[in-house]
Design a protein. Structure first.
Length: 489
């Protein structure tokens, strides 16, 4: 069966052969391996996703897909070819992902699916007969087009025993009400990372972390992989989520219910993000725009912040992108009565020399559980730290005993004196800065403690920064710690 003209126009693909269709199973050896190849070309200006139909017959034990595409050299300033891949089963490709069976982007050139196992990034399960679709994502297309070749290998035989997902527990052994350290943005072999979940867990514990969030690009396949890992690290809380990687920005789904998949196939102009932000919250998670001012193609955040629960201001090694993100976030801190977004910091670990937990978010939570950690993050009872060596104590008090900590509101008469106190450990040689709604109000060399006095009439919010000595004044040095604000009302 050849692609119809409508399919060709809709996908931008020009196929040299028909859809991938194995031989008629009535005449085939039940244990046969059938191989089919399809070649096509995607033209410049094609849609974001090209769907190639794949007929899967009954009796298939394993489906294996391999693909290649041409990468002709291009002059500077001209895009080359880059092609991502995933697959949807017979339930279809409709937005929402009911038929979703996996995505590897451009991280690997082949994958397999069986009832009992699948390549990381893909979901094991029954290979039901019907019309499946390979999802091709032409990230960039050279002026002469992108020619691809897909090989599908159908291995027939009895299916394996279906895999039973084992998800990590929602609560682990903690310290009661305490400050817990975590990294909400890291990647394993289930997307484009180089480490297994077990290796990431070991790195997290070595970095002094209490919790992490699984955040693979556009797949939830790692959720089940974390269950066995949790058994070997009973004091590490493993949240399940996703990095929803669209063409107009990335968003972290933090702490969604295990098994939750969030679709990514839309742009800001499509006005669909609100639907999926609501899905994340219905699944119990937080909506956190990632690296909102990153300069990589498709990375900068274009959806606005109306649906966000927090924002990732510090992503990996501090760069000018993060400085812009911090300044943009600071400009939104208008007053205690206004809605504001708490800050988080994450490593975005993919491979060495990235470091898990550098930076990290330190959150005050009632217990080491999914519910308590997310509540602390949502309330802004948290600060960002370069590593587990850095600890911050930051609060405000009045003469009458009113008290507020990070993310809290201190209620006092407009003229009442408020004492702001900051204590930092693990930041020798750094500068301490207090930043109010009017800008930097106080700067001092790092010491065991800093005290500063103000009133609600003069200051509506105050937050703390700990920075290294600047290398190129007047630009500030890289931060060692950043806090969410304390509000004075």
């Amino acid at each position: 069966m050849a692609l119809s003209r409508r399919e060709l126009l809709a996908t931008g693909a020009a196929a040299a052969a028909g859809p991938l269709t194995p031989a008629d199973r009535d005449d085939a050896d039940p244990a046969a391996t059938v191989i089919r190849t399809l070649r096509g070309t995607i033209a410049p200006g094609a849609p974001d996703y090209v769907y190639v139909p794949l007929e899967v017959p009954s009796g298939v034990r394993e489906l294996r897909i391999a693909y290649t595409y041409d990468k002709p050299p291009q002059p500077p300033g001209t895009p080359g070819n880059a092609l991502d891949i995933g697959i949807f089963d017979q339930r279809g490709t409709a937005l929402g992902g009911r038929g979703f069976r996996g995505w590897s982007g451009g991280a690997r050139g082949e994958f397999f699916l069986r009832a009992d196992e699948a390549t990381p990034g893909y979901l094991p399960g029954a290979l039901e007969p019907g019309c499946w679709h390979l999802a091709l994502g032409p990230y960039t297309v050279a002026p002469q087009g992108l020619s691809y070749e897909i090989t599908a290998t159908f291995t027939h035989g009895p299916p394996g025993v279906p895999a039973t997902p084992v998800h990590p527990p929602q609560r682990v052994r903690g310290r009661g009400r305490a400050w817990y350290r975590g990294d909400c943005h890291l990647h394993s072999v289930h997307s484009d990372g180089r480490r297994t979940p077990a290796e990431l867990a070991a790195l997290a514990r070595g970095a002094g972390l209490d919790f992490i969030n699984s955040s693979e690009h556009n797949t939830n396949s790692a959720h089940a992989a974390w269950g066995p890992v949790a058994g070997t690290h009973p004091d590490l809380l493993i949240l399940t989520g996703e990095e929803v990687t669209t063409r107009t920005g990335h968003v972290l789904a933090v702490g969604t219910a295990p098994g939750t998949f969030v679709d990514w196939r839309y742009r800001a102009r499509d006005q669909r993000f609100g639907r999926f932000a609501q899905q994340i919250r219905r699944a119990g998670g937080l909506v956190v725009p990632a690296h909102p001012h990153a300069t990589c193609m498709g990375c900068a955040w274009k959806f606005g912040f109306g649906e966000a629960d927090a924002v990732e201001v510090w992503n990996g090694t501090w760069t000018p992108d993060d400085e812009v993100a911090l300044a943009s976030w600071d400009a939104t801190l208008r007053g205690a009565g206004e809605r504001w977004l708490p800050v988080i910091a994450s490593s975005d670990y993919h491979r060495d020399p990235d470091r898990v937990g550098t930076p990290q978010t330190v959150v005050l939570a009632e217990d080491l559980s999914r519910e308590a950690i997310l509540a602390g993050l949502r309330a802004g009872h948290s600060y960002a730290a370069e590593s587990s060596a850095v600890s911050v104590t930051f609060d405000a008090v009045t003469a009458r005993g009113a008290h507020a900590g990070i993310g809290d509101r201190l209620h006092a008469p407009a003229g009442a004196e408020v004492l702001v106190r900051l204590t930092v450990t693990g930041a020798d040689g750094c500068d301490l800065r207090l930043v109010t709604d009017q800008g930097v109000a106080f700067t001092a060399p790092a010491a065991t403690a800093l005290e500063w006095r103000t009133t609600p009439a003069r200051t509506s919010s105050v937050r703390a920064e700990v920075r290294r000595t600047p290398q190129m004044p007047p630009l500030p040095g890289a931060p060692v710690a950043l806090t969410n604000p304390i509000w004075l009302t």
